[in-house]
Design a protein around this ligand. Sequence first.
Ligand code: UD1
Length: 376
Amino acid sequence: MANKSLAKDHADTCVLVTGGAGFIGSHTCVELLNQGYRVVVVDDLSNSSEVALDRVRRITGVDDDRLAFYEANVLDREALAQVFEEHDIDAIIHFAGFKAVGESVQKPLEYYWNNFAGTLVLCDVARDHGVKNIVFSSSATVYGEPEFIPITEDCPKHEATNPYGQTKSMLEQVLTDLYVGDGEWNVVLLRYFNPIGAHESGLIGEDPKGIPNNLLPYVAQVAVGKLERVGVFGDDYPTHDGTGVRDYIHVVDLARGHVAALDWMGGKVGTGKADTLGTLAGEPAADGTRRGVGIFNLGTGTGSSVLDVIHAFERACGKTLPYEVKPRRAGDVAVNYAACDKAREELGWTAQYDLERMCADGWRWQSQNPDGYATA
Ligand code: UD1
């Protein structure tokens, strides 16, 4: 069966966003709606809140006919089929999945089932409905201990140290194989570095359940007085201040990377010929839309240490944030940041916001919503 064409106006294009109520998903919905797309969200609300979608509607001024919502898990074949029957979906942005590294070690079956099997069901139902355009939410975790810094897309992948990372890496392979088996598929794998920050309105942001695992939500909860002090995992790494260096990227920049990926898939930007950098580029379809597998890092290209982040957040919130150095966390690497040339050249996308802005926007969200969406 032929694939749906993306060579048309945004207003005529309907995007299924799985996990659209989550942190990155909700920000991506805002950017898609701002660019005129129609959006259908499928989310099981297992780690997100429907309030986020009300806020997306408030930010963008759209109503239900531009942003539809289905509460469903991607493993639910019947529910997915109903979504495809009720909406003329053109492309999928697939965020839905569990994402806690430590938890994935304790609950491998849940992670493989939800993330891995869920994606297989999603692709199967999509294919049944003639939809073979998919943007997948991958991670810099696929590089493992990186062979070189900055990390380009052709940096070799390494064995993941946990089931969460395994699912990302395995699903990249599955989606690549879909294209190899059927040249109608149009796949983009976006490898995120460390998304932080929030929409500038302060209406949507990251709302982790329980004690946060990631640095930024932890720092933000110390700033708001919910946690006592930040634990700094190791200060003896070979970095400028001994703490781990990461490539933090504003979630709004990241969201815009997804919009750029859709334009790229539609043949509206880029050459599609960057196959030396990990892209499996096929011949474009007759309407100019791409066929193949595009792989892009989404980062800023700048590394910041744990202490850089804590101090930037202190400037944003105007308080001193207590911290304590703790032992290194198992599985952490010293330095991890992206080369972003390929996304710039092909997608026409670069990150706009710096660490100060990420912290300012993150603080606005946290201070206005100290209990996340629970207080809404
Ligand atoms: C982690 C995952 C990555 C996943 C990403 C999703 C690991 C090894 N990697 O990235 O696979 O895609 O989250 O968001 O878990 N830190 C502290 N104190 C804290 C928390 C973190 O010092 O309380 C440090 C870490 O040691 C690291 C940096 O802050 O140097 C960033 O950590 P984190 O926010 O957890 O992200 P990653 O580990 O880079």
